[in-house]
Design a binder for this molecule. Structure first.
Ligand code: ADP
Length: 364
């Protein structure tokens, strides 16, 4: 290439670059999302029209100001948390938090922050895109309130229906009417299913609102496992539930909630392994933790679902087309309970072979 051609090519490239930059600037300016940049110390460097619409400040009012002016009191620690991530070169995606507008309103936003680097690759600041999600959050809150109210209201009539059904069963027992007794047995079983569904719904909304209460008590985990397994064994004729190992120590935790996790894992193991004959339960100790696993030999879960399986209302559509009843909140609640006890819950699963759900809890 002659020197002249090289110069012309460079000129075209520069003018194309300049045009691309102008186009990009126009896109940023016309976006409905708030797009801004800030320096490493948190000083606002640029501010688009979307940011002005969402937060109410003009560029002249905020450029040069610290980003903390946008953070309500309760979210002031967002900045140090974010800057730590950015210094490691990490992006923060769809972080849901709250911000304060110029007129003092608190709004819900979803924020994505990416590190900005200079030519040498050093981090010199961050670009930030914020979307106003106040409306979605409001709808979510209303839905939560409705679920919480409806499940609360349903609890009382279900409890009395169960009470009356039990009285009826006792009366019919005296009369020796076996057929009627059989139907009442089924009815009581369905009432129990309904009770569990309603209390799962209520728990899920309590988790969401941070209101799930926990007790702290000392109890023998091996007895809890044995009792729970014995109870669940009675709900299945097909599966045989076998316990291997022992923790051999008592722990301090919420006994009912840990029992709820066990019930969840065991009922799932039975429900999602309709062709299998066994469910295995392992208990033991591992490096300062107790570990409990529930293994089934059922339909298994595809890898792509494994990281979402603990999300609220997440259910896998099974490729075999079989329909398994459920709401997709049992694992969500179980995960929350274990997390609250500073433990972990994880899955190992292979499609067509089965799943093992394991949780651990610190022993001290
Ligand atoms: P539910 O069983 O009521 O749908 P969960 O929160 O307990 O809700 O489980 C979420 C989803 O995870 C289920 O819908 C199912 O697709 C999958 N799953 C849970 N446990 C198992 C299991 N043992 N085997 C296969 N899939 C499971």
């Amino acid at each position: 290439m002659s020197q002249n051609t090289q110069r012309i090519t460079q000129k075209i490239a520069t003018s194309l670059n300049a045009e691309a930059s102008l186009l990009l600037a126009a896109i940023v300016e016309s976006s409905d999302d708030a797009i801004m940049s800030k320096s490493v110390d948190g000083t606002i460097l640029s501010w688009n029209k979307g940011a002005q619409q969402i937060y109410g400040y003009t560029p002249e009012e905020v450029i040069g100001q610290p980003v903390s002016i946008l953070m309500p009191e309760s979210k002031q620690d967002d900045f140090p948390k974010m800057i730590n991530q950015l210094k490691k070169g990490k992006r923060i995606e769809h972080y849901e938090t709250q911000r304060k507008t110029k007129d003092g309103r608190i709004i819900d936003v979803s924020i994505t922050v990416s590190p900005l680097r200079n030519r040498k690759g050093e981090i010199i600041g961050a670009s930030k895109i914020a979307r106003d999600i106040t409306y979605q959050k409001e709808i979510e809150r209303k839905r939560e309130d409705f679920i919480s109210m409806a499940s609360h209201e349903l609890k009382t009539p279900i409890t009395s229906i169960k009470g009356f059904a039990q009285i009826l069963q006792r009366l019919l027992n005296k009369l020796g009417n076996e057929d009627a007794n059989k139907f009442l047995d089924r009815m009581l079983h369905q009432i129990d299913t309904l009770t569990n569904l309603v209390s799962d719904l209520l728990d899920a909304s309590k988790v969401q609102q941070g209101k799930l209460e926990y007790k702290d008590e000392k109890f023998d985990i091996d007895s809890l496992i044995e009792d729970t397994v014995e109870n669940i064994q009675q709900t299945t004729n097909r599966h045989s539930l076998k316990i291997t190992g022992k923790v051999n120590t008592s722990i301090k935790a919420d006994k009912d909630r840990i029992g709820q996790v066990l019930v969840n894992l065991l009922t799932n193991a039975i429900k999602y392994s309709p062709q299998a004959k066994e469910v295995l339960i392992y208990a033991g100790k591992k490096k300062g933790y107790l570990e409990v696993s529930v293994q089934d030999f059922g339909i298994g879960i595809n890898k792509q679902h494994l990281d979402k399986i603990f999300d609220k209302f997440y259910r896998v559509t099974n490729p075999d087309g079989d329909i398994y009843p459920g709401l997709g909140i049992g694992l969500y609640i179980s995960n929350e309970i274990i997390k609250r006890h500073k433990g972990q819950i994880y899955i190992h699963s292979e499609i067509g072979k089965g799943s093992t759900f394991t949780f651990n809890l610190p022993l001290k």
